[in-house]
Design a protein around this ligand. Structure first.
Ligand code: SF4
Ligand code: SF4
Length: 222
């Protein structure tokens, strides 16, 4: 899922000067799972904003609503009335949600209330970990399902580097060396021979460095 983190309330409040009718819009999918922008966080953010704005002498009306998803046109439509009534929207969705809302409701300002951080999963209560960098050419079959792009600090395709120490990465003794994990995983799978040949340089043309990417399924495209 997409993992996001709430922005500081004062950072958001700074951007709301001069607006009288504000809508805080949550998203009930990924950002709800990572406790950044679901229904509960939307209520908390709206309440914190009311207080922050009051302290600044701003009597703006702050309303709240949560869409099922802000990245689907049909589901955005379900909150259109509330968005249209607002002068500005603080979106607690990921960057995709902010982009879709901005496009649908142009020229209304839709500002982000969270920082979109990575693709990952919940490791345990209160802890989310990055697991994929969406490189566009998945090769984790070779590395036992552990992604060296997302989990190695140097995104090495052939590791470990000389800095790996006792299973930890040289960037931080609390961070597992991805290549140590890969080797242990392949050992357990009886697939260490996967590493006998060097992997050639990765083709980064499929990653996002060449600009925005798209996926087309021709049978379905309208
Ligand atoms: S190889 Fe690419 S697509 Fe596969 S998990 Fe890693 S970053 Fe994601
Ligand atoms: S120590 Fe391991 S995870 Fe860290 S940069 Fe080197 S190979 Fe990558």
């Amino acid at each position: 899922m997409i993992v996001a983190k709430a922005k500081d309330i004062n950072e958001i409040a700074d951007k709301l000067a001069g607006y009288g009718k504000i809508l805080v819009a949550g998203c009930a999918t990924c950002v709800a799972e990572c406790m950044a922008g679901g229904e509960k966080e939307t209520a908390i953010t709206a309440s914190a904003l009311r207080m922050a704005l009051k302290l600044r002498g701003n009597q703006a009306e702050v309303n709240e609503i949560t869409a099922e998803r802000q990245c689907e046109w049909e589901l955005i439509e379900e909150i259109a009335t509330q968005v249209n009534e607002a002068e500005i929207v603080v979106s607690l969705a990921c960057g995709v949600g902010v982009a879709c809302m901005s496009e649908r409701f142009e020229p209304k300002p839709i500002i982000p209330g969270v920082n979109t951080v990575f693709l990952g999963h919940r490791e345990k209560a209160g802890l989310w970990m990055e697991r994929c960098a969406a490189c566009g050419d998945c090769t984790v079959d070779r590395t036992g399902g552990i992604c060296p792009v997302a989990r190695c600090a140097k995104s090495l395709q052939n590791g470990p580097c000389g800095g790996s120490n006792d299973g930890k990465c040289e960037i931080d003794p609390d961070v597992d060396c991805a290549w140590h994990l890969i080797i242990e995983r392949l050992k357990a799978m009886g697939k260490l021979e996967n590493l006998k040949e060097n992997t050639p340089p990765k083709n980064w043309a499929t990653s996002r460095d060449g600009g925005p990417r798209k996926v087309v399924i021709e049978d379905v495209e309208e």
